[in-house]
Design a protein around this ligand. Structure first.
Ligand code: ASP
Length: 411
């Protein structure tokens, strides 16, 4: 695709978002039009994205593994990805906790009497780990269970490599289907500006500025942290580890970030994120492995939100968290963000697990539930940006490793 075309899609998405916010404000108090006529098209667009996500993840990861031709290479990319994801997520929780401790004095003291929140069962860490491995090859595809789909794709790819000549037909089929689904994805992505518009209008029309109310400061604190995390952690790592200028990085990521902001779904943003990161230099085989994995397990924005909200909820209950409790929050929020599905609102459910880990009342979630969508839009934007940064960095590290291997081989 030419450069002008790339710019025009980003611009169109931005126009869609800005127009959506303006129309949303105009329709405030008249949610019938927003919910009845505009929201369904947003849902239609999200459905198309969800439709394409499972085949894209399945075939692109499998094709990615096959193209590496060597299982050791899959391992090399895998561990680099996991290390980057874990470190940046832990940094995110720390940023959330530090900011919350600084802002704490200014946070509103909301009344906690009569709070009720029916905590949806947040799975334990062990259940999450075991649940990654499916006992059925079809169900994960039907239920769009991304972690399980990733396991299936990895095994399929590894199986095809090991089968050698006899796996050639399967390899051809996977590669061909991968191309076909990527083409379908391109068609759907062209609809993004309209999709973004239809998704944001009902959110603004229903919530309006009034909803911010007493929580405006907590939301502000979250957005400051999201911004700091992107400006400090992503800017420095893409610059130092991949040699990409932060300005070019965020400019290139803009379409995917807008999409994440309006859809609040990492998984839904995956197709666009693949496109943006590849244009920023991430290699296709690496991006198609790193991004689907990240859309499911790497959630820095969610981790920030969980750290920050834990401190806020604790302060409303008049509880001062100890240093040990803070450390527990870093650990559980890092793990909870891994277990969070890349769909709207999932991070709030996992917040229950974080609160429980330090003995805070789960009902506290009710304090922030009303504005969850606004937290969610920012945290999803950060979540997908971290995935792309990782894809670009791992590509660079792999290129360096390959260059080193070539030098040793020619000696
Ligand atoms: N909506 C987020 C995402 O898709 C997950 C969350 O709720 O934190 O990345």
């Amino acid at each position: 695709m030419s450069k002008t075309k790339k710019l025009s899609l980003a611009t169109w998405i931005f126009i869609g978002l800005a127009a959506g916010i303006i129309v949303g404000f105009m329709l405030m108090g008249n949610t019938e039009i927003a919910d009845g006529y505009i929201k369904p098209f947003g849902t239609l667009f999200l459905n198309l994205l969800k439709l394409i996500v499972v085949p894209i993840v399945l075939f692109s990861i499998t094709a990615g593994v096959i193209s590496m031709k060597d299982i050791r290479k899959v391992g090399a990319i895998g561990w680099k990805t996991i290390v980057y994801y874990m470190c940046t997520t832990a940094a995110a929780v720390v940023i959330g906790l530090v900011a919350a401790s600084l802002f704490k004095g200014a946070f509103p003291m909301l009344s906690t009497s009569g709070l009720e929140y029916e905590a949806a069962q947040a799975p334990s860490i062990l259940t999450t780990l075991i649940g990654i491995f499916p006992d059925n090859p079809i169900a994960p595809l039907l239920n769009a269970n991304m972690l399980q789909v990733i396991v299936i794709a990895l095994l399929l790819g590894i199986g095809i490599i090991l089968a050698g000549e006899k796996g050639a037909v399967s390899s051809g089929v996977v590669e061909s289907l991968n191309e076909v689904f990527l083409k379908i994805m391109t068609i759907i992505i062209r609809l993004s500006p309209i999709g973004v518009f239809c998704l944001i209008v009902p959110v603004v029309a229903t919530n309006g500025p009034g909803i911010l109310g007493s929580l405006a400061l907590v939301l502000l604190a979250a957005y400051v942290c999201y911004f700091l995390h992107a400006a400090i952690v992503y800017s420095s790592t893409v610059k130092i580890m991949a040699g990409v200028s932060p300005v070019a990085f965020f400019k290139g990521m803009f379409p995917a970030m807008m999409m994440a902001f309006s859809s609040a779904s990492s998984v839904g943003t995956l197709p666009l994120n693949l496109e943006c990161s590849e244009k920023l230099g991430a290699r296709k085989d690496i991006a198609s492995f790193v991004l689907p994995l990240g859309a499911t397990v790497n959630m820095d924005g969610t981790a920030i939100y969980q750290g920050l909200c834990s401190v806020f909820i604790a302060s409303c209950f008049g509880i001062d968290l100890t240093f040990a409790q803070m450390l527990t929050i870093v650990l559980t929020a890092t793990l909870a963000s891994i277990g969070t599905a890349g769909v709207p609102g999932a991070g709030m459910i996992m917040l229950a697990m974080v609160l429980q880990s330090v003995g805070l009342p789960v009902e506290g979630i009710a304090l922030v539930a009303g504005v969850d969508r606004i937290f969610d839009m920012g945290r999803t934007t950060i979540n997908i940006t971290g995935d792309a940064a990782c894809a670009i960095i791992v590509t660079k590290l792999e290129e360096k490793r390959e260059a080193r291997q070539k030098v040793t081989a020619t000696r």
